[in-house]
Design a protein around this ligand. Sequence first.
Ligand code: AMP
Length: 219
Amino acid sequence: MNIVLLGPPGAGKGTQAKVLSKEFGLLHISTGDMLRNAAKRGDGIGKKAAGYIERGELVPDEIVVSLVVSRISQKDAEKGFMLDGFPRNTKQADILSLALEQKNKKLDLVLYFSTSEKVSVERLSGRRVCRKCGSNYHVKNMPPKKEGICDACGGELYQRPDDKEETVKNRLKVYDKETKSLIDYYRSQGLLREINGDMEVGDLFGVIKAIFVKEGLDG
Ligand code: AMP
């Protein structure tokens, strides 16, 4: 099954994607992670993307689209994938459906994580990420056992520069302007299922599982 996780930054898409990929064996494709890794490596794509990410703006379509199209063509995507952070505008969505059509594939479902701006800002500004293994924490809601240190691997925790409050506000503005229209775009195709991103991780996972069962996508 091929799924898109849609919703504002901080709605919990990445957290659910990690749980769902374990449970259902779906490949988790996060364009944010791919772009950040490219920026860390300092390769051509990374150099082009870094400034946009820092400012909380969208990286140009042609860069992101080519990353995604080549990733979903790889063997490990055959069993199904979850796109987290892509598409972010209707142009990306149109290209995605065309690319899938050419591979005789389709989207099965779009999970729309609705959440309030207040919750998004609170989650993102308190988020801390492990430099080594990428595990996520939250200073209040999910603190590590030892401050600043990852429970899983002992790596150093840091705050993503684009999780600082000012940039978060800009990311939310960009979501409103560019990405929000995808709710109607996918609703009109009958693919959209709305879920409450404010729910606790385990409870929300239960809701998503029930949707998969109802849609016959759990096997
Ligand atoms: P995320 O981790 O999904 O919040 O993405 C972090 C940043 O990466 C965004 O603020 C954008 O700068 C960039 N980015 C991620 N996905 C996309 C996309 N589909 N289109 C354009 N830019 C993207």
